[in-house]
Design a protein around this ligand. Sequence first.
Ligand SMILES: Cc1ncc(COP(=O)(O)O)c(C=O)c1O
Length: 352
Amino acid sequence: MSKFWSNELNKLKPYVPGEQSNQIIIKLNTNENPYSTTHNVKKVLKNFSIDNLKLYPDPDSKKLKIAIAKKFNINYYEIFLGNGSDEVLALAFLTFFRNNIPIIIPDITYSFYTVYCKLYNIKYKLVPLNNNWEVDLTAMNQKNGGIVFANPNAPTGNAHKKSSIIKLLSDQKEHVILIDEAYVDFGSESTISLIHKYPNLLIIKTLSKSYSLAGIRIGFAIGSKQLIDGLKIIKNSFNSYTINSISSAVALSAIKDEKYFNKNCIAIIYTREKIQFALENRKFELLYSKSNFIFVKPINISAVKLFIKLRKLGILVRYFSNKKLKKFLRISIGTELNMNKFIKNIDYLIIN
Ligand SMILES: Cc1ncc(COP(=O)(O)O)c(C=O)c1O
């Protein structure tokens, strides 16, 4: 708090990201990808000329957009790039949701969404998850100034049926429906193919998870030209050059290596299925995840105790002290080797 801050700032609670620690041996707390990105990126970095750095980057990052457009079979002008999908989300909230009707958000989801609402004074209404801990798209199908949800949801990890999303899109055409697909590449279905039918659909994606590129901070939105043009006006009103030249070159080479991308996602999915099975056998309750993390409820020990014990052994997972989530742990999927070690440690802790 400070007397020099605005009243709004004195009330604001920012999003708190998971810890980045050097002391941790196995880091399973921030949903990063445990595998490196494609080796093609190494070549790009090695050959990157410092001469490029004296110039501003292309404000439109057209080369990168063309590569993304090719991958998703869309037009480059249906893409908006940002410095991580967090920035794209922040700009999207600012662009589309400042009207008088509250936007609809699930009550358990990526906690940044309500942070943006508070930052911009956007009215919002939280809709509870259903009894199966799923985002209740039927209950969210109501009068709104916009609808926001993640598919798969975070931190619960479960994905939604495409038919339920289509029903929502068919009924709600007046305001933007924003679907955050940060984790969609780990086994659920994207709704990108629907952008031409629904001009109010905005999909947010990131290279941080499935492309193992959290460090370069690139995310993007996909939607109709009118949505993308709106985002561009907002972006160009505060910073024309959000994507730096190095990140852009790295992203381009990663996007082009589809074979490595698929291999990487399959490795995570395979390990996730094994871990879910192993934890179910150890009497953990879990929601069936389609993400690169799992959301589990230990039965014989409280979540917080298990979190502390794992931490002492050098294994960091995510614990949320929030009332609704405090019985659960969110565990990112690590390498096959580290997840085997994780299970061995769980066995040791349960016995001791
Ligand atoms: C649901 C969801 N959306 C967006 C993000 C932000 O990703 P980034 O800013 O790295 O692209 C995260 C990060 O963990 C997330 O969980």
